[in-house]
Write a protein that binds this ligand. Structure first.
Ligand code: PSV
Ligand code: MN
Ligand code: MN
Length: 424
């Protein structure tokens, strides 16, 4: 489904009066308004192909309706999101879930929908039907060199798809780990992973980045070979300048200070990108900002500080991706909520008076420092986001438009009631 521009125009005309009132009120209080709006307009967050369908849990999956079954339909879903919010102009693919059979056709469709291809993801956490060796005991860290080689070759193949589509990064997340003490030799596992990644790194195109994602636990419950940012950073440093750490917000042990991790990774020039989501317990993959919006704001506060210090372009300098999974909500509505929450945190962090904050820190003035941060966090910046969307030709209120125009019903009419989603 391609959304008719006139539907957006009609929606915007209906909401314009109300929107203008709220926007003007807020605009009066903000210095550097146009620069902030400009940054919001440029900021894009990639949508993962696997979040467009219902994921489920290990206890079952309750199918959604009219979910995308093909790569074309996944692109159309992201195109729809992008038309609605002007901020979802990229898709992140997972191979082999999203193998492009006809590359030229897929590229053309992406161009028609104003989409680009973000990082490509490899998958060595599941066995595929024609596969020679099993990943039951891991992939890049495996004790058997033949399994490692198979996993290396898969990653090279994923990069080849990415090159054809115009991606510029490979994300490696390894399930590799152990569930019982004694199962693995930690050093051997790490060194095997390093040498496998060195092989992959050799094939990385000159203008590509390699993102090394870490995760504390799951699917294994005793150790994970790339279990935290220290292990990821060690690998990234050993691999070379094109390798970076990728932070998935759900991949830490409870109460980890993620904003501090982000700050130090930025300091080292080794923060590659993000997988945004939120969680109460572990890798819950819930809607960004639905549980800990203050944490999300504090992360953006560090990001902006680090990016500005290093002269990194906010929109293009790091990889911004969502990594979510849905069991309850309509995935498209959920993704609209996630993008909104991420941009709210970004906009609030742009409001922080950094000179005043530095001064307060140097004077050990804790009260003022806290007031500065919480003052920004407690500002309702939603009219800024709506204005940025309007200026991009997108919808003032994407969620409302989606529901009012019954867009899911339209997708169900096109695709049928029962979905065949391929995501996790
Ligand atoms: C693993 O939990 C992960 O966060 C990785 O990024 C995977 O690629 C993705 O989720 C799969 O759903
Ligand atoms: Mn992830
Ligand atoms: Mn995850």
């Amino acid at each position: 489904m391609i959304l008719d521009k006139q539907i957006i125009e009609r929606h915007n005309n209906d909401l314009m009066g109300q929107h203008n009132k709220k926007f003007q009120l807020l605009a009066e209080e903000i210095s550097g308004l146009n620069e902030i709006l400009n940054k919001l307009q440029r900021f894009q967050i990639a949508i993962p192909s696997w979040a467009l369908g219902t994921g489920g849990t290990r206890f079952g999956r309750f199918s959604g309706r009219g979910e995308p079954a093909t790569l074309e339909q996944k692109l159309e879903d992201v195109g729809l999101l992008h038309a609605l919010n002007g901020s979802s102009g990229a898709i992140s693919l997972h191979i082999p879930w999203d193998i492009p059979r006809d590359v030229q056709h897929i590229k053309q469709l992406a161009t028609d929908l104003s989409l680009s291809f973000d990082a490509v993801n490899s998958n060595t956490f599941q066995d595929q039907p024609q596969q020679k060796y099993s990943y039951k005991y891991g992939s890049l860290h495996h004790v058997d060199p033949r399994v490692r080689q198979q996993a290396v070759e898969h990653n090279i193949e994923v990069m080849q798809y990415g090159v054809e589509l115009g991606s510029k990064a490979l994300t490696i997340w390894l399930a590799d780990g152990s569930s019982f003490p004694g199962q693995l030799n930690f050093r051997d596992s790490f060194l095997n992973t390093l040498s496998s990644m060195e092989e992959i790194y050799k094939h990385l195109p000159a203008d590509w980045k390699l993102f090394v994602e870490y995760k504390a636990f799951e699917p294994f419950f005793y150790s994970t070979t790339i279990g935290d940012w220290g292990q990821s950073l060690l690998l990234a440093n050993k691999l070379g300048p094109k390798a970076y750490t990728l932070v998935d917000l759900g991949h830490h042990l409870p109460n980890a200070n993620i904003e501090q991790i982000v700050s130090l990774l930025m300091m080292e020039g080794k923060l590659g990108g993000f997988h945004f989501n939120d969680s109460k317990y572990a890798d819950d993959d819930l809607t960004a900002g639905c549980i800990k919006p203050y944490q999300l704001f504090l992360i953006f506060n560090e990001l902006i500080d680090g990016m500005d210090l290093r002269g990194i372009d906010h929109a293009t300098g790091l990889g911004w991706m969502i990594d979510a999974s849905h069991n309850m909500k309509d995935p498209l509505l959920d993704l609209l909520q996630s993008v909104e929450a991420i941009k709210i945190a970004y906009a609030q962090a742009l409001l922080v008076d950094r000179v005043a904050l530095r001064k307060a820190q140097h004077e050990n003035d804790i009260i003022t420092a806290q007031e500065i941060l919480q003052g920004a966090f407690r500002t309702d910046v939603r009219p800024l986001l709506a204005e940025a969307r309007y200026r991009e030709g997108a919808a003032i209120n994407p969620l409302q438009l989606f529901q009012k125009e019954s867009l899911r019903e339209e997708l169900v009419r096109e695709r049928g009631e029962h979905s065949v989603g391929t995501g996790l």
